[in-house]
Design a protein around this ligand. Structure first.
Ligand SMILES: [Zn+2]
Ligand SMILES: [Zn+2]
Length: 231
């Protein structure tokens, strides 16, 4: 798999069979986005589907979702987001239990775990690319109560690469719960947050320095970089 990191907590995962995007946003104000609409239209053409973790603007953007839908690509959104906008945009989730969706056309299985940022629905996607590896994306996971089941994710799901928001509530417990082979943090330096919540790259480095005993390597990338994972 090739895993591309994009602004802000966006990722594209490309296997030999499928190309899937998570939480792609242009960033910046509507009138002057950091990434132009035309680029997203082209990116949508190269992807097969997009999954949105939750409704916040640094993860969910209707223009990008419509670009995918316009090109016939499925968009999976959390409960309550963009209802009735386009038949290609589906709300799937997740009240209290995980759901599994076969994506036969992409030769993958999608598991949606019922996460939350505080009390906001935050779909955690576990994407099983069947033989090519599996990837989990945690969106803006934060809710304290969810840590009880996050502790046990590894008992049900095999996760090769964990795409983790760098300021998640208890980084150590979340990494232990998913037990990935490789950690790739995201959400550093979100430019629309004020400085105090911009989460610099050095903060991720400092946090990881305290967790060497977990023995999970962290691939720290910036926007536009990619990492290749081989099963
Ligand atoms: Zn959020
Ligand atoms: Zn966020």
């Amino acid at each position: 798999m090739k895993i591309y990191k994009l602004y802000n907590d966006g990722f594209i995962i490309k296997t030999r069979r499928a190309t899937v995007a998570v939480d792609l946003v242009p960033g910046g104000p509507n009138s002057h986005p950091f990434i132009a609409d035309s680029i997203f239209y082209r990116i949508a053409g190269h992807c097969d589907a997009m999954f949105i973790s939750h409704k916040h603007g640094d993860h969910a953007n209707l223009k990008v979702a419509k670009a995918f839908a316009a090109r016939g690509k499925r968009v999976i959104a959390p409960k309550g987001l963009w209802v009735g906008v386009d038949p290609m945009i589906e709300q799937l989730l997740v009240a209290d239990t995980a759901v599994t969706i076969p994506f036969d056309e992409l030769e993958m299985t999608l598991h949606i775990l019922p996460g939350h940022q505080d009390d906001i629905y935050n779909n955690i996607y576990v994407m099983d690319f069947k033989g090519c590896g599996s990837v989990a994306h945690t969106g803006d996971q934060w809710n304290e109560d969810d840590l009880v089941w996050i502790d046990k994710v590894k008992d049900t799901y095999r996760v090769d690469c964990l795409l983790l928001n760098c300021w998640v509530n208890s980084m150590e417990r979340t990494i232990r719960g998913f037990n990935p082979r490789v950690l790739i943090t995201g959400h550093e330096n979100e430019l629309e947050h004020t400085i105090d919540h911009r989460e610099a790259y050095w903060m991720t480095l400092r946090k990881m320095d305290k967790m060497l005993s977990l023995n999970v390597p962290n691939v720290l990338m910036t926007w536009g970089e990619w990492f290749e994972y081989k099963k």
